[in-house]
Design a protein around this ligand. Structure first.
Ligand SMILES: [Zn+2]
Length: 114
């Protein structure tokens, strides 16, 4: 269910942006990090449901790109992709001393307008 509130917040941002620029959105590109646990299909489903009630959004489309989890290791200084997010270790040296650099955010990348 938490995709519903995420979708509402995306919509709020789109409306604010488009109102400010006096534009109509055609396609909205968002990046969804794997660690957010948001399901792509649910986000699109909620978007398609909610947009029907909105004059500005009803012809627009939400395009979701799933982003893998990427880390930087504080021990070996390498960056790498985490394959299994239940085991958060450096894929190079197995250190747990890592920082997540990608995969934990939901970002509106681009709003394509008419
Ligand atoms: Zn490492």
């Amino acid at each position: 269910m938490h995709e519903l509130s995420a979708t509402k917040s995306i919509i709020k941002t789109i409306i604010e942006e488009c109102t400010k620029n006096k534009s109509r959105p055609e396609e909205i590109f968002i990046d969804v990090g794997e660690l957010t646990t948001y399901k792509k299909a649910s986000l699109v489903h909620y978007y398609d449901t909610l947009k029907k009630d909105d004059e500005l959004l009803k012809d627009s489309r939400l395009l979701v790109k799933e982003i893998d989890t990427k880390i930087i290791c504080n021990d070996c200084k390498k960056t790498g992709k985490i394959i299994d997010t239940t085991i958060m270790l450096c894929p190079v040296c197995n250190s747990g001393n890592i920082d997540i650099i990608e995969g934990k955010d939901l970002i509106i990348k681009k709003i394509k307008i008419y």
